[in-house]
Design a protein around this ligand. Structure first.
Ligand SMILES: Nc1ncnc2c1ncn2[C@@H]1O[C@H](COP(=O)(O)OP(=O)(O)OP(=O)(O)O)[C@@H](O)[C@H]1O
Ligand SMILES: [Mg+2]
Length: 466
């Protein structure tokens, strides 16, 4: 089959307006659309015609969306099936995923999101979930640690490879959570020092008077409480690598001492007299602008040049095009195994939400979000709802609140967004019981229904039986 061939899509919905709407939208995109007004009809059509994709509403009389899915899986196992679900049928959608549906699109949807999911489904070589191996996907990991194939990350890998065998000191800069420590470990692992220790110390986390004895060790009697000799980090790391995290936080006094260690390759324990020689490689990390610190004379220029022989700038996650899904899936597998759960997929809709987000906390934040959603998820697919409990919401809210400039805002929409978040959250806590959700929100059931209607969280023909 050539890629140029017009993709064929079967649309199944018992609601005429929806059928027509989807017909127009998908035809405009250049797909060949066939319509079926019932599940029964769809099954007949599926017996005789092949489709690349089936899009079906879940709730229909006689044969429902699940029936269409089963039929399609039976007669055309290669055909992908996307279900459209109202909020009330989300549970069924999850069941459908187990039956091999490609994805589901929750109502209400935005036209662009819908188109994106359709496009993705048609392009995807992915086999339906039931055929997928349960084993961990073998994503290529670089140096056993780093995930990502984007151009900026390829440059990082290239640098790591080139510098690992040298003993040059390295400065890794970048926003919080971009993987600076992982890169430092990768360099150590690839270096000839890898049999010797990798010692990391967070310069920001330790009070000044302690950091000196941490690094250099101390002699018995050096200060009150120093009842025995103690080795410092440099003693332990001899022959290996020292990772100085947040190096920009070192006090001027320690900066001088560190400079000496680098220049002379010797150091003296606190309260000691004898000089010990050491052989360590320094890798530093900072999320500050160290050059600025130098100009403003908070960081010694000579030390800066000694440490910054090779500079590895870590790109923020939002600049690593294409890496987000790879990382998200990698963390999904990692935490599924850790939590002993069988969550194998992130719904396309949830992925879209992630793609929209800016990740100020970079990879660490993504990892936390996925970890939390795996912990919370009760189905075998990560759904948008389980992402809503994270920072995503906070950021969105903050953005909303600080959005008000001379250009103005749409207050109704802003408030609607907040209302929507709380309603979804309450329904989740209440396991879908509206009665209980209304109680949690301190409003009447009638008021909850009204609000859900208003926000498009239910449609009249998809009301629950509750
Ligand atoms: N490319 C990557 N592939 C896989 N995991 C990653 C990647 N980058 C970061 N991580 C994970 O994200 C988390 C944060 O990474 P790391 O601690 O190295 O970041 P950092 O830049 O040192 O952050 P900070 O500035 O806050 O100290 C870790 O759990 C790490 O395993
Ligand atoms: Mg770090």
């Amino acid at each position: 089959m050539s890629g140029k061939k017009t993709a064929t899509i079967l649309v199944v919905d018992d609601e005429k307006s929806m059928r027509e709407f989807l017909d127009i939208m998908l035809s405009q995109e250049g797909y060949a659309v066939t319509l079926a007004e019932s599940g029964n009809k769809a099954c007949e059509i599926l017996d005789k015609n092949f489709f690349d994709l089936v899009i079906t509403d879940i709730r229909m009389k006689d044969v429902d969306g699940i029936g269409v899915l089963k039929k399609s899986r039976a007669v055309q196992p290669g055909t992908k099936v996307v279900l459209i679900s109202a909020f009330a049928t989300a549970e069924t959608a999850v069941e459908a995923m187990k039956e091999g549906a490609y994805d589901y699109i929750p109502k209400p949807f935005k036209v662009n999101e819908f188109k994106a999911i359709v496009r993705e489904a048609l392009l995807s070589k992915e086999k339906p979930l039931t055929e997928e191996e349960t084993s961990l996907e073998k994503r290529q990991r670089h140096f056993d640690l780093l995930v990502g194939e984007s151009e900026p990350m390829k440059r990082v890998y290239d640098l790591i490879r080139r510098v690992a065998s040298t003993r040059s000191n390295i400065m890794i800069s970048g926003e919080s959570g971009t993987g600076k420590e992982l890169v430092a470990r990768a360099i150590h692992t690839l270096s000839p020092r890898n049999e010797m220790p990798f010692m990391a110390i967070n310069c920001a986390g330790i009070p000044e008077n302690l950091i000196e004895s941490e690094l250099f060790g101390y002699k018995k009697g050096a200060f009150t409480g120093a009842s025995i000799d103690k080795k410092g980090l440099f003693d332990v790391a001899d022959g290996g690598t020292v990772f100085l995290d947040e190096v920009g936080d070192l006090s001027p006094a320690i900066q001088v001492k560190l400079l000496r260690v680098i220049q002379e390759r010797t150091f003296t324990a606190v309260g000691g007299t004898e000089e010990k020689s050491i052989d360590v490689r320094f890798i530093c990390a900072t999320n500050r602008d160290l050059e600025k610190e130098v100009i403003e004379q908070r960081f010694r220029e000579d030390l800066y040049f000694r440490l910054n022989v090779i500079h590895i700038p870590m790109p923020p996650l939002r600049k690593r095009e294409g890496d987000l899904p790879l990382l998200a899936r990698y963390f999904l597998q990692k935490y599924s195994v850790e939590f002993g759960k069988d969550i194998r997929k992130i719904s396309a809709y949830a992925m879209d939400i992630l793609k929209e987000y800016s990740f100020p906390g970079n990879v660490r934040e993504l990892e936390n979000i996925i970890e939390r959603s795996v912990a919370l998820e009760t189905s075998n697919i990560v759904l948008p709802e389980s992402l809503t409990l994270s920072n995503l919401q906070k950021e969105r809210k903050n953005r909303r609140e600080t959005d008000l400039t001379s250009e103005g805002i749409d207050l109704e929409r802003v408030l609607g967004g907040i209302e929507r978040d709380y309603i979804l959250k309450s329904l989740r806590i209440a396991h879908g019981s509206r009665q209980r959700a209304a109680q949690l929100l301190g409003i009447s059931l009638r008021s909850l229904r009204y609000r859900m209607d208003k926000l498009g969280l239910q449609t009249s023909n998809h009301g629950t039986s509750e």
